[in-house]
Design a protein around this ligand. Structure first.
Ligand code: PLP
Length: 550
């Protein structure tokens, strides 16, 4: 691998050698290449990262670019200081490296933790997909923050990973289906049931107050995780499926009519197809589908062509569960909003892998499931812009969602209670809050960078397995490897791996239209999380090499 030093010594960059605007992006790209290594483009949503351990520490002073200091860099490269701040956060060692390239490079750190926000659609080539927004004061719990990402350290937090299955160390590669839980989630849930258990809101006693606080604390953790403006915009539901059903029924039935169109993509989970189909049948609306290319990437020009005055909603996944494609959500939202069309983002597969910010995305609705973000099953959340939720009628009726009931009429409460009929999953909300706090403590930018490297490593290994065809080869992918092997049954592959203690999934992954686009109706899917290691991947690849030939 080319070391960062070598790159600069071979071809020094100075302000004088960079005439005019055109050179700015080049300088940013080169700096990032030098710092991150491997020549990866900065526009990757997953911050491409040279492992921190690969950077010399301290960075050699000989890297300094003559005449380039912090002030010169800031003047020369719009967005440069933000880029450097991002690099510094991802990799403390890279920070010293950047300082060595141009002393005084790093702008003063913000007063409070910054938020990541996507760059505007059409941002200059070479600019990062994510910028830091000005920090906002908010109360963040004090969490153990890892300085450098260490998978071995986080693995210790997950008791279920430390067991043997069929005589082998468990290798859990079924993370897209569900994730394991850190001890802090298990503890928070069991502490709730051991000490605070009560129904919420309705009783004036101590445990009811404690349970209510714990439940609403979970809602605040979701708000913080998504950077929503208010907890009024967070509705607790069973998970992604129920959240999409709520929007389809409450928003859809109130807003769709004959001739209206609902735009989905070809690579959605069934949970983001079937509810829309049902509401389309009930209202006379029709589904329009954004196609994908042979890599499994959405064809944005065709998406733009689908939008019209008839379009009433766009519902797309951020990460496709069967293919791993990371969809360009900022661009999709930008295009839809140009037509005044709201967008629902299915974040079931993105939420465990990348930072989310509903305000920066300007998402109208965003949904995710607790069990995929290292939290409990049976709990998830819907984010909705307050004015949209306010205008939507309730979907289910019952206790807790009412102000007043007579046999003649019912007066509903406001959001979010209007959408939370009946006793909610209180313990689940507590566990979900603990899971999100845990994830934020580990740090989603660091998780994204680590998983990106692990996915590259694993896909490189899969490319060497004879007869294996990877389904879903998007440039921007997250965590999922779907494949078939010539002459092998998918179920037999999964069973063979299970005999080696390796958990993967074989089947249609609730995404039949996506798989059919690639000429299959089933595949084997191995999916990664931040607690997976290269050793896990090596064990998986070695087991695939011993598949009995048919
Ligand atoms: N959307 C996507 C992209 C998914 O991957 C899944 C689950 O795999 C769902 C929706 C449904 O999630 P849940 O079953 O937790 O409701």
């Amino acid at each position: 691998m080319t070391t960062p030093e070598a790159g600069f010594h071979q071809s020094p960059v100075t302000p004088a050698s960079l005439p005019g605007e055109a050179a700015h992006a080049d300088l940013v790209a080169r700096l990032a290449r030098e710092i991150y290594g491997q020549g990866q483009a900065l526009s990757e949503p997953f911050a491409p990262a040279l492992p921190a351990s690969a950077l010399p520490s301290p960075a050699p002073a000989s890297l300094a670019i003559p005449g380039l200091d912090g002030a010169a860099f800031a003047a020369l490269v719009p967005g440069g200081p933000d880029l450097l701040r991002r690099i510094a956060q991802d990799h403390p060692r890279a920070a010293s490296f950047a300082e060595a390239i141009a002393p005084g490079f790093l702008p003063a750190p913000p007063a409070a933790p910054s938020r990541l926000a996507p760059a505007a659609p059409g941002a200059a080539l070479g600019a990062p997909d994510y910028y830091f927004l000005p920090a906002e004061p908010r109360s963040v719990p004090v969490l153990p923050v890892a300085t450098a990402f260490d998978p071995e350290r986080v693995r210790k937090d997950f008791p279920a990973l430390h067991q043997s299955v069929n005589g082998h160390r468990l290798v859990w590669l079924d993370n897209a289906a569900t994730t394991h839980k850190p001890q802090s989630v298990i503890d928070a849930t069991s502490r709730f049931y051991a000490h605070d258990n009560s129904n919420i809101h309705r009783a004036a006693h101590t445990l009811a107050a404690r349970a209510t606080d714990a439940f609403e604390g979970g809602r605040e953790a979701v708000r913080r995780f998504l950077n929503a403006r208010s907890t009024d915009e967070i509705v607790f539901l069973r998970g992604t499926t129920e959240a999409i059903n709520l929007v389809a029924n409450a928003y859809g039935r109130a807003n769709f009519g004959p001739g209206d169109e609902i735009v989905l993509s070809q690579i959605e989970h069934h949970a983001n197809i079937v509810p829309w189909q049902m509401v389309a049948q009930a209202t006379g609306a029709t589904l329009r589908v954004i196609p994908v290319n042979d890599r499994g990437e959405l064809l944005l020009d065709q998406f733009a062509a689908l939008l019209s005055g008839r379009t009433k909603i766009v519902a797309v996944t951020q990460v496709a569960n069967a293919l791993g494609t990371v969809n360009p959500i900022p661009e999709i939202i930008g295009l839809a909003h140009a037509y005044g069309v709201p967008v629902l983002v299915d974040a079931a597969q993105s939420s465990p892998h990348m930072p989310l910010d509903v305000q920066a995305l300007d998402a109208d609705f965003l949904v995710f499931s607790g069990h995929k973000v290292f939290g409990p099953t049976g709990i998830g959340a819907l984010y909705g812009k307050k004015h949209l939720l306010d205008a939507m009628p309730p979907w289910q009726g019952g206790g807790h969602m009412i102000e007043d009931v007579t046999f003649a009429r019912t007066v509903y409460r406001g959001v979010p209670e209007k959408f939370e009929a009946g006793t909610p999953d209180i313990g689940g909300a507590v566990g979900l809050g603990a899971a999100l706090d845990y994830l934020q403590g580990v740090g989603l930018p660091a998780i994204a960078a680590y998983e990106h490297g692990l996915l590259d490593y694993a896909q490189g290994g899969l490319a060497e397995i004879r007869g294996l065809r990877l389904i879903g080869t998007a440039h921007h992918k997250a965590s999922v490897m779907s494949f078939v092997i010539e002459g092998q049954e998918n179920a037999a592959i999964a069973q063979h791996l299970d005999r080696h203690g390796i958990a993967v999934r074989a089947g249609h992954h609730c995404a039949l239209p996506a798989l059919r686009r690639f000429g299959v109706s089933e595949s084997v899917r191995a999916s990664l999380a931040f607690y997976n290691t290269r050793e896990d991947v090596d064990v998986f690849l070695a087991a695939l090499r011993t598949l009995p030939r048919r």
